[in-house]
Design a protein. Structure first.
Length: 169
């Protein structure tokens, strides 16, 4: 619980309001501050969070995220990148880690829903991306950011339905 309070405080203090475009350096600093380091999975989450908000025409705080982990370490780190990009948090019940696992051929499946329109999109990161993303550890934070933001075919995205029975705002 103490860790969650620190994350929420950090978000409140350093994440600018919607409509403000962060620089690469700001994303790296924010990811390092909130997550404890800017590892290779953080920019993947930032990219998904930003892409989802653009596709759904949603501002920060206006999306709910459901994250299915594939069980490959350290994949849940992607969720922290999504959290800082979209300002969806466990404390606000707008970021939910599913108890169900992602399908075996995937590294992660993420459903993002616009809370105002209920429109949703589903992101799938194929399991084959895991070793590539892990190799980005050898890059400096700037290189990791660039790799995550520019990787062709990093995820598949399609329209989705929000699963019934999920307790999220």
């Amino acid at each position: 619980m103490k860790h969650l309070r620190h994350i929420l405080l950090a978000l409140a203090l350093v994440v600018p309001t919607a409509g403000h475009a962060e620089t690469k350096e700001e994303w790296i600093a924010l990811g390092a501050r909130v997550h404890g380091g800017f590892g290779p999975f953080i920019p993947v989450g930032i990219r998904i969070g930003l892409d989802a908000m653009a596709r759904l025409k949603a501002d920060r705080h206006d999306v709910t995220v459901l994250y299915y982990d594939g069980g490959l370490p350290p994949c849940p780190c992607v969720a922290d990148g999504i959290m800082i990009a979209a300002q969806a948090t466990p404390g606000q019940k707008t970021l939910v880690m599913s108890a169900e696992k992602a399908p075996p051929e995937t590294m992660a499946v993420i459903i993002v829903r616009n809370r105002k329109t209920n429109e949703a999109v589903r992101y799938t990161i194929a399991r084959e991306w895991h070793p590539t993303i892990l190799a980005w550890r050898d890059l400096d934070p700037s290189g990791r950011y660039d790799a995550g933001m520019n990787a062709e075919g990093l995820f598949a995205v399609e329209p989705a339905q929000w699963p019934g029975g999920i307790d999220a705002r």
